[in-house]
Write a protein that binds this ligand. Structure first.
Ligand code: AMP
Length: 584
């Protein structure tokens, strides 16, 4: 009989991980554990990996557990005997439902129960997610209670956190993938990363690993139309000359940077699906895109969907007013600007150079005026060429240009040096605008009384999975936007800033806000400051004269500018200053 891995075994490892912030140590703990699971109970490896990621399904299925804060409070109340009011009060202090449940659970209930296996927990959590509809709150809560009653105190803590879909121990996806690699004695984790990027489903990944081994993974983890791949990303540049210097040794393209929504269009078996930048299924939002393709050949096209009217590109904000579901009447027309193709006629094209992928795109598809067009792009040979393209892009209502090496392969999820982006209003200020997460707010005074007058924004640290404040912002807001943000943010006020990294010297807002909203912000420059922690707890990077530009409703907090990126931008700006000093 196989030795089943217990949920308690997993919780003990998670607890060890919670005690360290060192990435190598976390990788070592996790990979050792995966190694044991691989030998003892390989069938539960996939569930364990999902639970380490605090998820049950691949992200692209958009299937959530559907457990709100209210049900968690109810379940804890019934499982501990505490009133919901007391739980709320305790939450204000500890900020952690997992710990509240652990500290107050009724121990004797546990005494007679048999130990839970990881599979028991995973399968029961899936059952909870299946409960939908009218009486689902009650049935979800009852299933949660059954699980809680079978848990020891430590298990209760992690069970509740799993209900919340966050483990809060600083375990990032990247670390999980590296640990899987290490469990296979493979220190180069490119194989695992590439396999996951092409087919982002732990279940499939682990099954292929167990059946075929790491050596053959690339044969079995292929791009599959219908399953979104993580899009390739670009590095920001703030200066045309500098950007040119990074590309001039290669043949490269300068392409319009359209200001809309990234759309990954999958066509297979006569069906078309559209996925967002975050792998969300957007098919229902774009019935006009899905009805456009009649091809018998399968393909995956990477493109930007842009609001379009009278032959002109409309502002991004207009597109965001389109409903996500049940779009019966199309009020905001969309034109797709295709810029890449990664799969065509059953063949993966990732390893082909961009020049060839473009050729396949352009020779197999035809433009449909105002509906499907190719992104405007030309090969450039000088800064002047880029300048001309930049000017044309601005005049054509685009937000700037992309530079792309024509020899580059398509690297899913990678912010590659072979793709650069230069936005319109870069040139006078910090290279890129930043996409920051609202983590705090300050009550308004004078004209702003009754609303928030300022906000605390943060970068995302993708290694610790926490948010690191980098500026206070009060500029760029209209009266209407301040009112809107007051209404939006008030329900997100929390007395528990556990996801936010700050120190004693850090700036404290009047209220903390749960990370949810992402805003695009521009600044005059970046500097080091002891009161902010972006990139470093002691002295982080901060934005000077930040100005609000837009809401980024297409980005989740985890897609915001990372702390590593802001460091890189800061270092580039310091380099530039010393270049300028040398020049003068
Ligand atoms: P950002 O969202 O500011 O990081 O800029 C990158 C985004 O620009 C991509 O994710 C696309 O949605 C968008 N984009 C617009 N035009 C292009 C293009 N020609 N090539 C690649 N990305 C583009």
């Amino acid at each position: 009989m196989v030795d089943k891995i217990l949920f308690l075994d997993l919780c003990k490892e998670l607890e060890k991980i919670s005690k360290t912030t060192k990435r190598l140590e976390i990788q070592s703990i996790l990979s050792q554990f995966f190694k044991i699971v691989k030998i003892k109970d390989p069938n539960s490896l996939s569930s364990i990996v999902f639970l380490c990621n605090a998820s049950l399904y691949p992200e692209y299925l958009n299937t959530e557990m559907g457990i709100g804060e209210h049900i968690i409070q109810q379940a804890i109340s019934e499982g501990t005997g505490l009133s919901v009011k007391t739980i709320k009060q305790k939450f204000v202090k500890s900020g952690d439902y997992g710990v509240i449940a652990m500290d107050n659970r009724v121990n004797q209930l546990f005494a007679s129960k048999k130990l839970l296996t990881v599979e028991d927990v995973f399968n029961n959590m899936k059952r909870i997610s299946f409960e939908t509809g009218k009486n689902s709150t009650n049935s979800k809560k009852n299933l949660m209670l059954q699980l809680m009653n079978a848990c020891s105190p430590l298990e209760t803590k992690y069970l509740i956190r799993l209900f919340e879909s966050q483990l809060k121990i600083g375990l990032a996806l990247q670390t999980i993938l590296i640990s899987i690699s290490l469990a296979y004695d493979e220190s180069n984790f490119t194989i695992i990363k590439s396999a996951y990027n092409k087919h982002p489903d732990f279940n499939y990944l682990i099954e292929m690993l167990l059946v075929h081994g790491i050596e053959k993974l690339n044969i079995f983890c292929k791009i599959t139309p219908g399953i979104p791949i993580k899009p390739m990303l670009a590095h920001p540049h703030k200066n045309l000359t500098k950007a040119f210097s990074k590309f001039e040794n290669n043949k490269f393209l300068s392409e319009f940077k359209y200001d809309g929504e990234r759309v990954q269009i999958h066509h297979f078996n006569g069906v078309t699906k559209v996925f967002s930048r975050n792998s969300e299924d957007m098919t229902e939002k774009f019935p006009d895109i899905t009805s456009m393709f009649l091809s018998e050949k399968s393909f995956i096209i990477d493109a930007e969907g842009v609001a379009f009217s009278d032959g002109k590109i409309m502002p991004f904000q207009l597109l965001s007013t389109r409903k996500r579901k049940n779009v019966e009447k199309i009020e905001v027309a969309v034109c797709v600007f295709a810029f890449d193709i990664v799969f065509f006629d059953s063949k993966e094209l990732l390893d082909m150079p961009l020049s060839e992928r473009r050729e396949i795109l352009r020779s197999n598809f035809s433009e449909i005026e105002s509906k499907f067009q190719f992104a405007i792009g030309y090969e450039c040979n000088s800064v002047e060429d880029i300048e001309t393209q930049f000017k044309n892009a601005s005049e054509g209502n685009c937000e700037g240009v992309m530079l792309k090496s024509l020899t580059s392969t398509y690297q899913p999820s990678h912010r590659s040096n072979s793709w650069g982006k230069i936005k319109k209003d870069y040139l006078d200020a910090v290279g890129d605008s930043l996409d920051l997460v609202v983590v705090g707010a300050f009550y308004g005074k004078g004209k702003r009384t009754g609303n928030f007058g300022g906000f605390l924004l943060a970068t995302y640290n993708d290694e610790t999975t926490r948010f690191e404040p980098c500026c206070k912002i009060g500029t760029g807001f209209s009266d209407e936007s301040l009112k809107l943000f007051y209404d939006q943010l008030s329900p997100k006020i929390t007395s528990n800033p556990s996801q936010i990294d700050f120190n004693d010297k850090s700036i404290h807002p009047d209220v903390w806000i749960l990370p949810h909203y992402v805003w695009e912000v521009k600044a005059a420059s970046l500097s080091l400051s002891p009161i902010y922690s972006a990139g470093s707890r002691e002295k982080g990077i901060s934005l000077r004269f930040p100005r609000f530009l837009n809401e980024r409703t297409d980005k989740k907090p985890e897609d915001a500018t990372t702390s590593n990126q802001i460091w890189r931008m800061y270092n580039e700006s310091v380099d530039e200053k010393s270049d300028d000093a040398e020049f003068n």
